[in-house]
Design a binder for this molecule. Structure first.
Ligand code: BGC
Length: 427
């Protein structure tokens, strides 16, 4: 027999993208020339910048009533303090079109990319970023306050910190690692040299330097979020502001091991709680990006069962979203699932992925978690950072030559859920 699992009235069924991943661009740190290993600059990506109406048509066709996207800071403010009116009008048109279609809008103000001028100043390690980011954000609020329903200041602060730790952004990190190995293969003495005492000391000093950067970035992200939250509420009482956090479900590899449990405690504390706890009095809702379940063996070895994995080898573990949601209940705030999705070019996994994750979202709602919306990552295939255009996270497939979008079968499955506001399970 089939069991109907109904979602709350007014539930938001959406998708999510970020500007650089679908629009590309020329003025941000990801668009500067660097050696093409893995990704490389996105060029014009899916040309969503020009073809956004087509993408909005897709959303309508798929019965979606919400959309999360980001405004590219480097387009709006290509030089410090110089705001580009043409770009401001571009995003106004964009937002107006969404509103005309009755779509709820959620805007991210920082989704990994920085204007080049900011990157040159040290990016988020420089404490001036707090002022610059809030100036940009407040301008966005002034311009679009009647067109935006939800604001997210920063996407995945902890993941971004990972990028800083690996030399402030992924392309450089990958280049350095790959070049190191390429050289090492050519000249084995490099490997020996790396192990010499001097190089070990250098390595530790570099690690220490990177850790200092992470601490600075974290501090500035927290300050920037709080400042923007405060200023937004002064400018527009009732505004809804949050961040999108990549919280994972951690389990001990061996339940009986005190050390494994201790590692889980630490991972959970630093990865899932630290940032949220710092800003918990400056949030109107919680944004959750759920992708990962990790079984941890002391000290921090990940040992997953990996029964089902995506094209990227990421384990698919739908029940994890339930545990993470239950854990967020203590903040006593509405929750939006601001990202959840799978790299699956052949579209073999996505339908079940969506069904099973939503089954556990439903369960969390049943048990009192106030989940208000689900934004699937992503509407269309796009530029997946260091991995370039290879992974396919889209409900719609992209042909990057012709810029044609093709709806995948799993998208129709999601469209049916959105229409019926329910999923059906065999019981
Ligand atoms: C990021 C996206 C990314 C997705 C899939 C999230 O961490 O916000 O930009 O494309 O994961 O890797």
């Amino acid at each position: 027999m089939e069991r109907e699992l109904k979602f709350p009235q007014d539930f938001l069924w959406g998708t999510a993208v970020s500007a650089y991943q679908v629009e590309g661009g020329i003025n941000c740190d990801w668009s500067t020339p660097h050696q093409k290993i893995g990704g490389g600059p996105a060029g014009k990506a899916c040309d969503h910048y020009n073809l956004y109406e087509q993408d909005f048509d897709l959303m309508e066709k798929l019965n979606l009533n919400a959309f999360r996207f980001s405004i590219e800071w480097s387009r709006i403010e290509p030089e410090p303090g110089k705001f580009n009116q043409k770009e401001i009008e571009h995003y106004r048109k964009y937002l107006k079109s969404l509103k005309a279609r009755g779509i709820t809008t959620m805007v991210t103000l920082h989704h990994f990319t920085n204007p080049i001028w900011l990157a040159k100043m040290g990016g988020w390690t420089n404490k001036k970023v707090v002022f610059y980011f809030s100036r940009f954000s407040c301008r966005m609020l002034e311009e679009y306050k009647d067109l935006v329903d939800f604001w997210l200041t920063i996407n995945e602060p902890m993941i971004y910190n990972g990028l800083v730790y690996f030399q402030e952004r992924w392309p450089d990190a990958r280049n350095n690692i790959d070049l190191l190995w390429a050289n090492a293969k050519k000249n084995p003495s490099i490997i020996e040299k790396r192990q010499s005492l001097l190089s070990r000391i250098k390595k530790y000093l570099l690690q220490a330097k990177k850790l200092v950067s992470v601490t600075k970035v974290l501090r500035n992200q927290i300050l920037a979020h709080k400042k923007v939250y405060q200023e937004f509420h002064n400018l527009k009482p009732g505004v809804k502001v949050s961040t999108a956090n990549n919280n994972s479900f951690f389990e001990p590899f061996n339940e009986g091991s005190v050390l494994d449990r201790f590692s889980v405690f630490l991972a959970d504390y630093f990865w899932n709680r630290y940032f949220l706890n710092k800003i918990k009095n400056h949030l109107d809702f919680i944004g959750l990006n759920y992708y990962f379940h990790n079984k941890i063996k002391f000290p921090f070895q990940i040992k997953n069962d990996n029964k089902i994995v995506s094209d990227l080898g990421w384990e698919i573990y739908p029940k994890g979203i339930y545990y993470v949601l239950k854990d967020l209940k203590k903040y006593n705030l509405p929750v939006h699932i601001t990202e959840n999705g799978v790299a699956d070019k052949q579209d073999k996994l996505r339908q079940d992925f969506i069904k099973h994750h939503l089954r556990w979202v439903w369960q969390a709602i049943e048990e009192g978690v106030n989940v208000k919306g689900y934004f699937h990552w992503s509407l269309i295939d796009n530029f997946e950072w260091d991995l370039g255009f290879e992974p396919g996270f889209g409900l719609c497939e992209m042909d990057y030559q012709t810029m044609e979008r093709k709806i995948r079968p799993s998208a129709y499955f999601y469209a049916k859920i959105a229409k019926e506001n329910a999923i059906y399970l065999l019981s």
